[in-house]
Design a protein around this ligand. Structure first.
Ligand SMILES: [Zn+2]
Length: 493
């Protein structure tokens, strides 16, 4: 017995996905190769496609098919029931936003991103300010349309991490802040100096090494590619097309190498989704907090370790001869260096979540109307000094460093911390469940870990909500204690 409404939903869902994957290619091109004069028309193209996708998914009969599917008995816990649940959630959110607002938002964020690139290059927030004002205003309108009980932020974070609230995020971050501040006090001061690993690392060598590492972790380069952007990212453009980007610093090999490990973690998740379920919720990544757990796991739990460097040192030196100036022990100390710094994406593991806390507090205040956009740089700088004890020298290394706000992604930052927590918790579970995992990783056998992630996370798509997915994989919903224990063990040893 089949449900015709469900079949129609599958077809429509795949059509919407097709449109969005086309938009994805245009966005990727916008980030990588598009000439700057072509940006306004690209904004029109993306606005048009997103409006089309939105309209296709919000037609009244989609609601009828949903109701028909909801009355059909697919069996509790079945994949079909999960698809229907997820379509309902997306449909309810999408139908609350007028198409005109969707289109305006898309156009605004495309030109805002371009303004951000210019403002960041010149380190002048005032150039970006009017665009951010518009973004905050439109985002707040979206939150009002979606509705919320306690904070408009709840309506926004739901987009990235279904099922969590601003209040819960605040609690997690406060819990972490206490533990991290304690840990920072306890870490011995005789750690290596800043820029300890600086040298001359030619870009071709960095490219070759990072490609080799990405492939060793399991990234299928025949279904992906690596390009250069201002702000590195991973994107899924359809079946067998999971691309990543990076940036290079000839003085600092870590920017590219650890950036690639990170984005590879994202791409591995996307490459582990079911290709037969493309365009259906069960074939999509479940949340950003789960996504980020995959990138953090490969970057930090696998890559930022003594185990990794004992194996990779002899392979890395021919690509980057300047590494030969260090012993393996020194190299490990260098990549595990802890200290306050300005740039989030280059922050060490211990201070990283403090960067997230700063952004969360500020965007929460912006969206709740307690902070004005024009006062943002000052608020950023004073809070930064409070948390890190450093004076922010300019907007480029302060409020302008991340692209998220220019892209209209308010409510996104907490997912980085959730990712860190989930990574530690998943690694703890994998170590218990996979026999000899630690030895396997030391020998460069990454497949058993990848297999465990495929089985416990990747293959499920959006079948379970993030909290339930974590519970099934690790026995518990997301906790702070695994990350705290991991950091204490690694940095106080
Ligand atoms: Zn990431």
């Amino acid at each position: 017995m089949t449900c015709p409404g469900y079949q129609k939903l599958c077809k429509r869902s795949r059509e919407v996905y097709l449109l969005r994957s086309i938009a994805g290619v245009l966005s990727w091109d916008l980030e990588t190769y598009l000439p700057s004069k072509a940006v306004p028309y690209r904004a029109d193209q993306l606005g048009y496609l997103e409006a089309k996708a939105h309209a296709l998914f919000t037609e009244p009969w989609v609601g009828d098919w949903l109701e028909e599917s909801e009355q059909f008995n697919f069996g509790q816990d079945s994949e079909q029931a999960a698809n229907v649940r997820e379509w309902r959630r997306s449909y309810n959110r999408a139908t609350k936003i007028p198409v005109s607002l969707v289109e305006e938002f898309e156009k605004t964020r495309t030109v805002a991103r371009e303004a951000w690139v210019g403002a960041r290059a010149e380190s002048r927030f005032s150039q970006f300010e009017p665009y951010l004002e518009k973004i905050v205003e439109l985002t707040r309108r979206k939150a009002d349309f979606w509705g919320f009980v306690e904070s408009p932020y709840d309506a926004l974070i739901e987009e990235y991490e279904p099922g969590i609230t601003a209040r819960e995020v605040k609690q997690i971050l406060e819990e972490l802040r206490g533990a991290l501040v304690d840990l920072l006090r306890e870490i011995p001061a005789e750690s290596v100096p800043e820029n300890f690993l600086d040298g001359h690392y030619p870009i071709p060598g960095q490219q070759a090494l990072s490609r080799e590492v990405a492939a060793a972790f399991g990234y299928d380069l025949a279904a992906g590619r690596i390009d250069t952007t201002v702000h590195p990212f991973a994107t899924n453009l359809g079946p067998f097309d999971q691309r990543i980007t990076t940036r290079y610093d000839e003085q600092r090999f870590e920017v590219c190498l650890y950036g690639i490990m990170h984005e590879t973690g994202h791409a591995l998740y996307e490459q582990g989704l079911s290709t037969s379920r493309v365009g259906l919720p069960s074939g999509e990544a479940v949340s950003l907090g789960i996504h980020e757990s995959q990138s953090r796991l490969w970057e930090n739990h696998v890559g930022r370790t003594a185990k990794f460097w004992h194996l990779w040192y002899p392979k890395a030196c021919p690509h980057l001869p300047d590494l030969g100036r260090y012993s393996v022990t020194e190299l490990v100390k260098g990549v595990q260096r802890v200290g306050p710094s300005f740039i989030r994406v280059e922050a060490d593991e211990v201070t990283y979540d403090l960067h997230v806390l700063l952004r969360f507090d500020l965007e929460l205040a912006l969206i709740e109307g307690r902070l004005k956009v024009k006062d943002l740089p000052e608020a950023w700088n004073s809070r930064f000094q409070e948390l890190f004890g450093l004076v922010v020298p300019d907007d480029r290394r302060g409020v302008l460093q991340d692209s998220h706000w220019s892209l209209g992604a308010i409510g996104y930052f907490p997912t980085y911390t959730l990712g860190n927590l989930n990574a530690a918790q998943l690694m703890f579970a994998a170590e218990k469940q996979v026999p000899g995992l630690s030895d396997q990783l030391a020998q460069g056998h990454y497949q058993p870990l990848l297999d465990w992630l495929r089985d416990n996370i990747h293959q499920h798509g959006r079948r379970y909500l993030p909290a339930e997915l974590m519970r099934r994989a690790t026995g518990q919903t997301t906790q702070t204690r695994y990350r705290i224990a991991y950091l204490r063990d690694k940095y106080l040893g």
